[in-house]
Design a binder for this molecule. Sequence first.
Ligand code: C6P
Length: 417
Amino acid sequence: MTAVVPQVDQPVFLDVDSVREDFPILKEHVHGKPLIYFDNGATSQKPIPVIEAMHRYYLQENSNIHRGVHLLSTQATIAYEQARSKVKSFINAGSENEVVFVRGTTEAINLVAQTYGRQNVKSGDEIILTAMEHHSNIVPWQLLAKQNGATIKVVPMTDQGELIIDEYEKMFTPRTRLVAVVHVSNSLGTVNPVHHMVEIAHRHGVPVLVDGAQAVQHMPVDMRAMQCDFYAFSAHKMYGPTGVGILYGREELLQDMPPYQGGGDMIRSVSFEETTFNELPYKFEAGTPNISGGIAFDATIDYVNQIGMHRIMAYENALMRYATESLLNIPGLRIIGTAKTKASVISFVLDGVHPHDVGTFLDLEGIAIRTGHHCTQPVMTFFGIPATSRVSLALYNKKEEIDVLVEALHKVRKTFG
Ligand code: C6P
């Protein structure tokens, strides 16, 4: 990925006030104060078209898919498969066969570990992860490594929170079977050079899984340009419903992988002696899926496309610069994660104040942030801290909200300092 941070003077035409009208929850009050929602990395808010799509489905269209000959079932099947097509275009995958519906990023990574991983990673083999992975991109590989006797290697990072690519290049051996890397770090905000990392891995004949949970909502992603082998993301962090995620997989790899879970819809024929499996992508989709969620994800992609991902990216990056500069004016505040290329996440510690106290104080001011290790304990260990306070931005946040945050943080310092 080339640098995604635009120049400060790059014009950004995003009518944020009109965007905010699409998100009714932003009019709520918390502890008597107007809600300022800065916990978008955990989950984003949902716009009216997405809420309405779910509502409409249950009011008018509810039916199981891929099973019925009756009209409602046929309509629901068409709507669900249309969502798959929408996802395919959104990430520029080669075909719908490469788009597998799952519950979220976590399930997508576990699916790859327990299918591709079990089949291809054997005793003595190596898996490369990085120092800034979310637990969802560590634990599934550890489980696999324990099952199969494989070893995990970790790409180190600098104090700025940037991966050391020279070290990464040196890690490949004839036993390397897979690289798994986060596209955008959820606790540091670093945008990793995944295109380049894929290129290096492929030179060694090694496939790459990219965890896109914190990327797809902030920048355009293009599977054919990135050339990764697997890409995982969740709908709920990009203004869509919870319980829906996507595993993109290169078709040749998915074809050869065994199924993940067994059950209805993933089979072609079953007898007590033998089962044959359905074609792609249904082979990996056992049981009734989150139909309303899938259909609402279609509406989500329409919503994001209508605003335009380039515009969202430019707007958020300008806001991110403003927030970074404003926060750095607070005495005793240190930003954790100062990579040159970042997206939408600002983690910080405040001298002498525990992050949980920061979070609780801000909550009373109506400001929602996340505090803790953000499911990246190795990152906290690396920086020698137990936790950070994290502000994670979305397209509906605005400068005035940053100003309220800064004012509240000055109050935190006075209260605890
Ligand atoms: N990070 C956060 O507050 P799920 O829960 O499956 O939708 O996503 C898991 C996940 C995987 N990778 C990255 C980089 C992530 O950020 C997340 C979710 C949330 O940062 C909850 S811990």
